[in-house]
Design a protein around this ligand. Structure first.
Ligand code: GCV
Length: 647
């Protein structure tokens, strides 16, 4: 597409296929997509593609062997021929992209037959896109990549080429579901469910050829707001009937519609509490309406008291999801998925894994990540989140299954994409989107390998080593200059960009660090604190309970300690804070130099955009360093052991 960055699907990536002879067997819409991809490559690079039957020999055979909707495929190379088979159209498409990723290697040597299948059936992006521009949140809530791909100023944006190109990119990293509007459902967005469902159907039509189903965020109050009913009580017969009827009309418009996403009784959104009903009652009325069509309701567990009294140290927002939902285990319908943020708070730079994951064995859980970099640099800072997500997915809440295995309802990320020509504003933030898709396909994949894969597809070979250097440790670098030892929340309130140590300290949001002249951190122990550590199963409840066994990186999340408390690293807490803030800035300076050295090896527009963002990242990192270090020097009176300049 003209003027739009090809991201991880540059024409170059199709050269190995496009210079060869391919046979495609089978029929169906996704087989047509596969054919279209191969034909385009052949047109460009001089190869040939045949359908169904043609004289040998072929370098590549892509064969649909059935007519189901399976996403699995087999890959094999034998006798100089590469063969991909799949019993479903989606599988064949994923098989094609597998060959693209392998590049020339797909046509060399031999390789026994291997079956590939996604470990999680649902790999979804939630767009926090508003239809109408919101007076505070704009077109995309927490969006750092321009406007919405789907909506513009109250209307459907109607750029179908762009939506199709988006679907193609998503399929190439394994994503198969997209929720097209914000979980905060305002007036205009509410109507997507009824009189504006045609606009959602238009998006679905463009994404369908890439195996992607659309989902819709709906307001729990829809029966009142849209249906004119006097109540939205989930146990009311009229309400149940309204949801059933409305949902059947949604499926008339979009037969493969995925389902609803709901944020209820959270941050001002309506929910079942108004009627004295539980979250399970609320989720189940929508689940019942979706059930005849195989649809799913994703009910978010992000429910907490956002009108807390900062003076009250017994209320702990981190406890909220567990306290609200664990008693409801077993009460949710089979097609109701509880969508849980991966940490107990809200996508901070460092959080422990939510104790809810693993604590509801009779409920289908989806785990929610945040690709949009709300608290991680807002796509002005390089912050590759692959290592953080991978740590979460590999975490074992107790002996046995990992988070990746417990996420039976799927893996979801808040999208970081907008109408920006680079898709994600910061071109290197594309790595987050790609990594998310690949981790959702295989949660125990090694993130560094995914990064290499993305770099290999996106950049010319001679830039690869440099790009890897600037991305690889970037999350830890960001953590160093922003969020020491798991403390979090020292950000500017509202927009969440830049430092403000006390910005949230006396607010109602439940987001405190409790720094005083002697120490810092939140006591979440069972013995003397909020009891949050006790929400974990063993061994974690014990590991987190004691500052001696608590990992350094989470110490201030679980404990209030003195500034001279000695970490496992041997440093005191205060010296660790000073050191990491100096180091973090130095690491940004070094990364910026590496990037500057890539001029001439990276497409000029892409290079320039990243270079410009590095200027801001460095400015901001210095601000973080100076504010945090000065604040804690003034509070504690403890000098830096190395006598560096603190203000
Ligand atoms: C969509 C955080 C964000 C909100 C977001 C909310 C959520 O509080 O700051 O913008 O709202 O999470 O996940 O629902």
């Amino acid at each position: 597409m003209q003027g739009v960055d090809p991201a991880w699907l540059p024409d170059r990536a199709f050269r190995p296929i496009g210079t060869r002879r391919t046979l495609i067997r089978g029929t169906g819409p996704l087989v047509d997509t596969v054919h279209g991809e191969v034909a385009r490559a052949c047109e460009q690079f001089g190869g040939r593609v045949e359908r169904d039957a043609a004289p040998e020999p072929f370098d590549l055979v892509l064969e649909l062997t059935g007519d189901d909707s399976s996403e699995a495929f087999t890959y094999e190379r034998e006798g100089g021929r590469t063969t991909v088979t799949a019993s479903g159209g989606p599988g064949l498409l994923y098989g094609l992209f597998h060959v693209v990723r392998l590049g020339e290697a797909a046509f060399q040597g031999s390789h026994g037959r291997v079956e590939h299948r996604p470990e999680l059936a649902l790999r979804m992006l939630d767009h926090w896109d508003n239809v109408a521009v919101h007076p505070v949140m704009g077109q995309v809530e927490r969006g750092y990549a321009g406007g919405s791909l789907f909506w513009s100023d109250g209307r459907a944006r109607g750029d179908m080429d762009r939506i199709r190109a988006y679907g193609r990119l998503l399929a190439a990293c394994g994503i198969n579901a997209v929720a097209v509007n914000n979980v905060n459902v305002h007036e205009a967005e509410a109507h997507l469910l009824t009189d504006r469902i045609g606009e959602v159907a238009d998006i679905a039509r463009e994404l369908r050829p890439y195996g992607i189903r659309v989902h819709l965020s709906v307001t729990f109050a829809a029966p009142m707001v849209l249906g004119g009913l006097a109540t939205a009580d989930p146990l009311d017969e009229g309400v149940r009937g309204w949801w059933a009827e409305t949902t059947s009309r949604v499926y008339e418009a979009i037969p493969d519609f995925g389902g609803y996403v709901v944020k209820a009784d959270s941050e001002g959104q309506p929910g079942p509490f108004a009627y004295g009903r539980s979250h399970a009652d609320g989720a189940n009325v929508l689940a019942a309406a979706l059930e005849p069509f195989d649809g799913t309701v994703h009910w978010r567990a992000f429910v907490y008291d956002h009108r807390q009294d900062w003076r009250d140290r017994t209320t702990d927002r981190a406890r909220a999801a567990y306290d609200h939902f664990v008693p409801l285990d077993g009460q949710f319908a089979a097609n109701a998925v509880l969508q849980v943020k991966h940490g107990p708070m809200d996508f901070q730079v460092r959080e422990p894994v939510s104790p809810l994951i693993g604590a509801m064995p009779r409920t289908r859980l989806a785990v929610e990540m945040q690709a949009t970099q709300e608290y991680t640099g807002q796509q002005r800072h390089v912050c590759w989140l692959g290592p953080m997500w991978s740590e979460v997915l590999r975490f074992r809440p107790e002996e046995g299954a990992s988070v990746g295995q417990l996420a039976r309802g799927g893996l979801v990320a808040v999208s970081n994409v907008g109408d920006d020509p680079f898709w994600t504003g910061h071109p290197l933030a594309q790595a987050n989107l790609y990594t998310f898709g690949r981790l959702a396909w295989q949660p125990d994949a090694v993130p560094g390998r995914i990064l290499d894969e993305w770099i290999g597809l996106t950049f010319e070979a001679d830039a690869a080593a440099g790009v890897r250097v600037v991305l690889d440790g970037s999350w830890r670098t960001y953590e160093k200059y922003t969020a020491p030892l798991g403390v979090g929340w020292m950000v500017q309130p509202g927009h969440h960009y830049g430092p403000s140590v006390d910005g949230y300290e006396y607010s109602p949001w439940g987001t405190y660090h409790f720094a005083d002249r002697d120490g810092i951190g939140v006591d979440r122990t069972v013995a003397t604190g909020t009891g949050y550590a006790g929400q974990y199963a063993k061994p974690w409840s014990e590991v987190y309970e004691s500052p001696t066994s608590c990992p350094d990186e989470l110490l201030l999340f679980f404990h209030h300690v003195l500034y001279d408390h000695v970490l496992h690293s041997g440093k005191t807490v205060i010296q660790h804070m000073y050191d990491t803030h100096f180091e973090g800035v130095e690491e940004v300076e070094a990364a910026q130099r590496v990037w500057q050295g890539l001029a001439g090896l990276v497409a000029p527009a892409r290079h320039a955009r990243v270079a410009e963002r590095y200027e801001e990242q460095l400015r901001s990192a210095r601000e973080w360093r100076d504010q945090i270090n000065s604040y804690f020097l003034r509070k504690s009176g403890v000098a830096d052991a190395h006598g560096r300049r603190i203000h």
